[in-house]
Design a binder for this molecule. Structure first.
Ligand code: UDX
Length: 438
């Protein structure tokens, strides 16, 4: 099938490449001419494992093309996806101005029947507003349908998640649109859940908020573990073996970040308030998440007494491993707190260095070319992102380079017993008290 995707960012580009991979003909549109030039030059503006090969292969096969022209995209694609940003507003509600703008642009060029698909994460009842907007600005008599088709991709494994979805959610109020969407997704082996538009929109926010809730739950348990000396990793394993709970998203740490959870949670809370049903449970999820980082900084301060003029090595800048994305990264929040108290930070990240340089806080710290060079002369080592390569460091060399063998593991990446045997004073999250070096 011929499809168009308007918005060629993390979601749009990855979705387009995957649709091309299963045989569809895809036109990716973006109003950022530099981004389109980069893509036309065969370069990928984001780091996403497997994406570069997928894009190059499908461009070469003639199934994937790029343009800045919405008209070209709408003319080419029977199904037109909207995958533009829906950033948060200061009060947590969603800024839908990009969605509204694209709806008007599509309306201006639509000439015959099209299915307009909300792929972006949008508040419930956005589909209705998109339909009203297109109706208002489209030529008289042009037929179209609006569909909600939320994505559930995780950064760092987006290609995998799109090619192997747990489920495909299609919110449609028209059989004609539904038939086209089911044909589009035929090549994917996954259960297709057909709902009304509002339910499909709500599924996205409800899913992300539940995942964030699960993380804050285990993080709240980690605070208890630190008081009673229990090990949150054992508790997580013990509860996760219950198939009704599941072992995923029970990794205690310094909290969730990224461009989705904080935004989607705030949006869901705002929507609930607007609908007159305040979602207080989710407000507590946010509080626990913020408290997790504060408690971790308290633990470091307790050990160092004073941060001023202390050199602290921070490993990890991205909000999670296998991505270059530093948006809403708790690692960056952590560095900002340490810098605010006068610490001298040397930081390293395998993929996030370039994107981190765009952040103001990095002008106040040293970005080291390697983990070991970040560790040189450090009074303490903080692990802020669970990149596997940090666990593979030569900790004898690490100890040699540090002023004192003090490790604060914000992602429980390392084994406390091993660290103690190596002579480190180790503190994780929810792993009981400091494990004094032997
Ligand atoms: C999330 C959802 O997983 C995905 O389905 C949705 O489409 C977009 O938002 P993403 O934000 O890319 O994906 O990353 P995810 O792997 O969910 O991690 C989000 C944050 O939670 C990261 O900061 C991660 O470190 C943290 N996290 C995750 C935990 O602290 N503990 C966990 O057990 C899992």
């Amino acid at each position: 099938m011929e499809i168009a995707i308007i918005g060629s960012g993390y979601v749009g580009l990855t979705t387009g490449a995957c649709f091309a991979e299963v045989g569809h003909s895809v036109t990716c549109v973006d109003n950022n001419a530099v981004k389109i030039e980069t893509l036309l030059a065969g370069e990928i503006p984001i780091y996403e494992p497997g994406l570069e090969d997928l894009v190059k292969k499908n461009v070469a096969a003639g199934r994937l093309r790029f343009t800045t022209s919405t008209e070209e995209g709408v003319a080419a694609g029977k199904i037109v996806f909207i995958a533009v940003p829906t950033p948060p507003q200061p009060d947590g509600s969603v800024d839908l101005s990009f969605i509204e703008k694209v709806a008007r642009e599509v309306a201006a060029v639509i000439k015959d029947y099209r299915v307009i698909v909300d792929k972006s994460t949008v508040p419930v009842k956005t589909g209705e507003k998109v339909a009203e907007t297109i109706k208002r600005y489209a030529p008289e008599g042009v037929e179209f349908d609006v569909v909600s088709n939320p994505e559930f991709l995780r950064e760092g494994c987006a290609v995998h998640d799109l090619m192997n979805p747990d489920r495909i959610v299609i919110g449609a109020n028209s059989d004609r649109a539904l038939a086209l969407m089911q044909k589009l997704y035929e090549p994917f082996v996954a259960p297709v859940l057909v709902t009304d538009i509002n339910s499909a929109e709500l599924i996205k926010h409800a899913a992300n908020s539940f995942l964030a809730l699960k993380i804050s739950y285990i993080n709240a348990v980690s605070a208890l573990c630190e008081r009673c000396g229990a090990d949150v990793e054992k508790v997580a394993e013990g509860i996760g073996r219950d198939s009704r709970i599941g072992d995923k998203f029970l990794n205690a740490g310094i909290g969730y970040g990224g461009s989705c959870f904080p935004k989607d949670l705030a949006a869901f809370i705002a929507i609930s308030d607007q609908l007159g049903v305040p979602f207080n449970l989710l407000k507590e999820v946010q509080n626990i998440n913020a408290g997790q980082l504060d408690r971790f900084v308290d633990v470091i301060r307790e050990a160092l007494w004073v941060f001023r003029e202390k050199r602290i090595a921070v490993l990890g800048l991205t909000f999670k491993p296998q991505t270059d994305d530093v948006r809403c990264s708790v690692a960056i929040d952590l560095i900002e707190k340490l810098v605010a108290e006068g610490a001298e930070i040397r930081a390293y990240d395998p993929k996030g260095m370039e994107k981190a340089k765009e952040l103001s806080v990095t002008s106040k710290i040293t970005l080291a070319p390697s983990a070991l060079e970040a560790i040189d002369g450090a009074e303490a080592l903080v692990i802020a992102t669970d990149w596997p390569e940090f666990a593979a460091l030569d900790f004898n060399e690490v100890k040699r380079r540090m002023v004192a063998p003090l490790i604060f593991d914000g992602r429980n990446l390392l084994d406390p017993g091993t660290m103690a045997q190596l002579g480190f004073t180790y503190r994780g999250v929810g792993r009981g008290r400091c494990v004094a070096g032997s």
